[in-house]
Design a binder for this molecule. Sequence first.
Ligand code: GLY
Ligand code: MN
Ligand code: MN
Length: 445
Amino acid sequence: MTLIAADLANLYPAHLASLQQHYLDAAMLAGAAGVVIAAGALQPCFLDDSHYPFVVNPHFKAWLPITEVPDSFLLIRAGKTPCLLLNQPEDYWHQTPADPQGFWVEHWQVQSIQSTAEVRRHLGDARDLLFIGEQTQLATEWGFGAINTPAAMHLLHFERAYKSAYEIACIYRANQTAVRGHRVAETAFRQGWSEFEIAHHYLGAIKHREQQAPYGAIVALNEHCAVLHYQFYTQQRLAAAGLHSMLIDAGASFQGYAADITRTYAYRTGLFQDLVHHMDQQHLAIIDDIQTGMNYADLHAQMHRRLAQLLRDTGLVTMAVDDMLATNLTFTFLPHGLGHFLGLQTHDVAGFQQSRQGEERPAPAKYPALRLTRDIENQQVFTIEPGLYFIPILLAKLRQGPHQASVNWALVEQLLPCGGIRIEDNIAMLDGAAVNLTRLAMAEL
Ligand code: GLY
Ligand code: MN
Ligand code: MN
């Protein structure tokens, strides 16, 4: 499999060439002849001398695999070697970024700077340049001809949905890393560790600091699995008799690209473990259904049909499948979307965007949480993450509504302490086939 052996050094030049074309096309739309991309600045905390963790501008890390370089800039001009203005200030409080090394450096002109003010000297006439970044006030002061111009951004964001071979290889490597963490986390769960301990075992296994991960890992035990983006790590260990389930939604980063993987485990055999098994089968069946040309929103709707059938087959809901869909009853058990684009950002841009011009197709009224309404095409990477949850707030509403008699509440009560299930893999569309990067990485370990 080429993904496994992919040599990033060989793939990078084509990635760079396609970026150059898109960014210069975007500049032209903004009436500019080149582009400046700001990595971003450190953001101070209110009334404090510390700052928030640095998150680099995704337009910056699209070009090169360095992410912890505040106040650095890229300068892209037609016919010129792309230039990295790397901020290496004299600073004995912090470590200054080292001179870059790696397969990508030979494709760049690297210019060391000591301050943002110095950048201006390197730009020449800023009126001829499109600025992309957060520091719009600075860009205005410097006299840029165009700043984050919507027409340019629409083009760039639309094209970001089509990943280069280099990008897909990076997302695959991120999956390899995350899968190592998931294995260790499952073992820690089975040994009865706390959420806090499992989360730290995970980070240790993927060798990331918390802020290097693409998102805060969700490590949920028991009823916490019903909180879709559960954000705490309880330090208490649960006795085996009271331990039912773990949902872990945890990723990894590689060269600025994200993996986004979820697994759910039952602590013992029985009803919940059977449900996890059925959800896993449905998850794989959805992926089998994927074809280029189909719309992702239709795949999402099909998933609700599968869920309705599962709710009926397991006796949780007695209503006919069509009626469950017509009344939107499945929403109670699955209130989020089937998935989203994945890449430089966990929820990558342009999930609704239908053209380079920026027209959008919003989520269907019935499924407002869906983040992806584009047709499925080659070179896209997205997640498939169906779920089945027992969420007290939503169940209470169902119980007070007209369909309460169609639900087997005794079964629901039995499953409430398990919280819920989500299974999430990362899919790349290659030559018309849905390649499951996550299961490929799992099979390798
Ligand atoms: N980890 C967030 C998500 O799955 O979308
Ligand atoms: Mn996701
Ligand atoms: Mn996730």
